[in-house]
Write a protein that binds this ligand. Structure first.
Ligand code: FES
Length: 181
């Protein structure tokens, strides 16, 4: 009787998940800086400008594409506090803490907004509506104290006026002009 021989088992080597190619918009940024080892901060600034923050996947792709160790990319990104690692809210609210605004009690505005929004500085509300931050002088000292929401600067703020402005934005975003109190 003929014996059936078993087929030899093939050795399988796990090579890990293949890397997804970076999205076109990221490639467009990276392509401008290939071979520029001195431009890492500028690259990260451009990525943040595009996405609103530094998504982890895009940082990994940046390290791979531009030939930086991942530790260096993270090291630079975490060293400078201008970089953010989570998606900002729909409205980025920045209270100016420059001298003129500070003298004009911008600290009270910040505290009031923290309390009303229930978040701390550099945090985002659970509904992803507001991210609260501070900023050094924005060059509008004669209008102090100021609050900047996305690109719009509001002059001579008080804690109440600042909160009213945010309530209106939330109401508008929720599709009704009415502000619920
Ligand atoms: S100090 Fe706030 S705008 Fe200059």
């Amino acid at each position: 009787m003929e014996l059936k021989t078993k087929k030899p088992l093939k050795k399988q080597v796990y090579l890990g998940k293949p890397h997804e190619p970076p999205p076109a918009e990221l490639m467009a940024i990276l392509d401008k800086f290939r071979g520029r080892k001195d431009a890492l901060i500028t690259v990260l600034e451009e990525i943040q400008h595009h996405y609103g923050y530094l998504p982890r996947q895009q940082l990994e792709a940046t390290a791979r594409e531009l030939g930086f160790p991942m530790s260096q990319v993270f090291g630079v990104a975490t060293f400078y506090n201008l970089f953010q690692f989570s998606a900002p809210g729909r409205y980025q609210v920045r209270v100016c803490k420059g001298t003129a605004c500070y003298v004009g009690h911008s600290g009270e505005i910040l505290e009031h907004l923290k309390e009303k929004l229930g978040i701390d500085e550099d945090e985002t509300t659970p509904d992803k509506m507001f991210t609260l931050q501070t900023v050094a002088c924005v060059g509008a000292c004669s209008l102090a104290p100021v609050m900047v929401v996305n690109d719009r600067t509001s002059a001579r703020m008080t804690p109440e006026k600042a909160w009213d402005a945010l309530e209106h934005l939330r109401a508008e975003a929720n599709g009704n002009g009415e502000v619920s109190r």
